[in-house]
Design a protein around this ligand. Sequence first.
Ligand code: SD4
Length: 322
Amino acid sequence: MINRRRFLLSSLAASFGISLPVHVKSANLRQAFREGPGAPLIISTWKHGLPANRAAFDSLSAGGSVLDAVEAGVRISEGDPAVTSVGYGGWPDAGGEVTLDACIMDRDGNAGSVACLKHIKHPVSVARRVMEKTPHVMLVGEGALQFAEKEGFCRENLLTPQAKEVWEKWKRESAAGTVTGHDTIGMITMDSSAELAGACTTSGLGFKMQGRVGDSPIIGAGLFIDNEIGGAAATGHGELVMKTLGSFLIVELMRNGMQPEDACREALERILQKIHIQPNQQVGFIAVDKSGTAGGFSLRDGFEYALLREGENKLIKASFLL
Ligand code: SD4
């Protein structure tokens, strides 16, 4: 009880701008979870997060690790051609090529990432191999593809007839430089022992400049996990998230006692303070802390996230700033 009181005190102190020593806050977050129900919690961005959450939950239920679960979860969106912003069926770049960005992070602070990867349907699984089988964090382009093939991943055509049609229409009708789409999947999974893992995977902004890489595969921007504190993930215009290292910032704000939703809001305020944003730009964040509190927030109206906890998997409309 004393520890729960201290946890509440820490949150209260944060709301008055008073900072407690980091080791006290971390210990309180850990203790608060131990006093909680200890059920898995899975949060992910957008409506397609619902089936992804379910797959992550099924993986945990089958005895998978929290890392297995987060990978299994986002692979659902990667493999679904109806999800036109992730993996197979994703909208291509300006040259008509599907290039994928993804990252994954485990409870021990290990991370793997791929960017501008062509022809491979499940970039998150390649990112996991980068993490587990190389001394590096990130592989890009041709090198990432070579590594994937060496690891046994097969080349596939990722451009569906539907995506090709949309791209051809864009080429005929749209002004050069117009980009679109905000449906990256970012997921944070917490198992019943409060261990955390996260993943983020996308085909990036539709019709992006060739060679462009967004926030999603950048550790600290599209995703960050600190197993002592919590995790955060981003969706939307990656340039805004990269310039403010949004996910890392959110985890640091939670380290200082802020609630996940407030931390997401604060990271969006930071974007507004530091960057001149365009009228069409959107960013959404999700976050979970070690006590099992989850939340999200977005710059503008329209962002939703999927939250699975205590057997219920539901879509939540995020509050927004503008
Ligand atoms: C990017 N953040 O490449 C991604 C795009 C996206 O939901 O659609 N996010 O900038």
